[in-house]
Design a protein around this ligand. Structure first.
Ligand SMILES: [Zn+2]
Length: 352
């Protein structure tokens, strides 16, 4: 199935209706790129096949009814830096468009979160010199990751590959987390289609990173919660519990960014709240250890958010500038290199 470029441009333009000025400018650039390349959205393209293969590979995780819904839906992967996915109808066929930026973001974040967890376990005291200040290696890596993620969203900058320092078990866990995250996003967009959100005034706002908002549930945020619940209900009950920790990787990049800069747009609930809500919907009658592990992930996300919320309050709602003053993009890359070399010299690779 082919979708003409003009149609994609129109969708992207329509979805920017409520976006702020800076975001609109970003969208304009994306539309320009599409127009200049004459790109046609093709369900047989390499990018589209890649997403479809992930969905197929996870077929056994998904309940039958959800899989039939998914089979009726055409999934497109698009080579564009946007960190987004959205649902649409084209000639009455339900479609899900996934931009490459989202996949890169999830890949990078999945590796990064695993790496930070392993670093926190192994190097508690060691510091690295960032801008003349000693900083714990794990914190330096976390800040560098934040800067790299932010810049990639702002500029479409390619994220660096940090998998080289992960051992085989960590790699395997990262691969699983990445796959579960991607399928969750696909199911979330399917949820918008199945729940009829497109007829209810749903707006797929492009990520608007400069908009810090206080949490208040509006109609669109309710639809986002609804699509999350739908996605969760699509996961087979037998595997719903183990999958829940991987969902943190699906939402993790946004939770991670929000801890530093507040809510990302007006139409999505705060990510910590999305994670908490998903965790609330999972039942762990015979698995107290897993229940505890999930609760501790949610609690640590919430705590991190609250710690930095106070910091943001003291800094006019945004600590972005302070982070940028502490660590610029070149420094973030340098820090990641330094930490990478430190790991190679001292541990070879990091693994579970
Ligand atoms: Zn959504």
């Amino acid at each position: 199935m082919l979708i003409p470029n003009s149609q994609l441009c129109q969708w992207v333009a329509e979805s920017s209706v409520r976006a702020n000025a800076r975001n609109s400018e970003h969208i304009r650039q994306i539309i320009d790129t599409f127009e200049h390349t004459g790109l046609v959205v093709d369900s047989n393209s390499e990018k589209s096949k890649c997403i479809q293969n992930i969905a197929n590979a996870h077929r056994e995780l998904i309940v039958g009814s959800a899989y039939s819904e998914l089979e009726r839906t055409v999934i497109f992967g698009v080579s564009a830096p946007q960190c987004d996915a959205f649902p649409m109808y084209y000639q009455e066929t339900p479609c899900i468009i996934v931009f490459d930026g989202l996949l890169q973001l999830v890949r990078f974040n999945t590796d990064l979160q695993i790496l930070i967890a392993l670093l926190n376990e192994k190097v508690t005291e060691q510091t690295i010199d960032v801008n003349g200040e000693g900083m714990s290696i794990a914190l330096a890596m976390s800040l560098a990751g934040h800067v790299a993620l932010t810049e990639s969203i702002d500029t479409g900058h390619q994220l660096m590959d940090i998998t080289a320092v992960l051992g085989p078990n960590a790699m395997q866990r990262s691969e699983y987390g990445y796959g579960a995250a991607v399928i969750f996003y696909v199911l979330h967009e399917l949820g918008h289609l199945v729940c009829g959100h497109l007829d209810q005034g749903f707006v797929s706002e492009r990520m608007s990173i400069d908009t810090a908002v206080r949490e208040g549930i509006n109609k669109n945020q309710k639809m986002e919660f609804e699509a999350d619940s739908y996605a969760l209900s699509c996961i087979h009950p037998n595997v719903r519990n183990p999958i829940i920790s991987s969902l943190v990787f699906a939402l993790g990049p946004f939770a991670f960014l929000e801890t530093f800069r507040g809510g990302l747009d007006k139409n999505h609930p705060l990510t910590v709240n999305r994670i908490a809500e998903l965790a609330r919907q999972v039942d762990f009658p015979d698995e107290p250890e897993l229940a505890e592990a999930v609760l501790s992930v949610v609690t640590s996300e919430v705590n991190r958010f609250e710690r930095l919320a106070e910091d943001r309050r003291l800094n006019d709602g945004n600590i972005q500038q302070r982070i940028r003053n502490t660590m610029t993009l070149p420094m973030a890359y340098e820090t990641m290199d330094k930490v990478g070399n430190h790991i190679k010299e001292n541990f070879g690779t990091l693994d579970f």
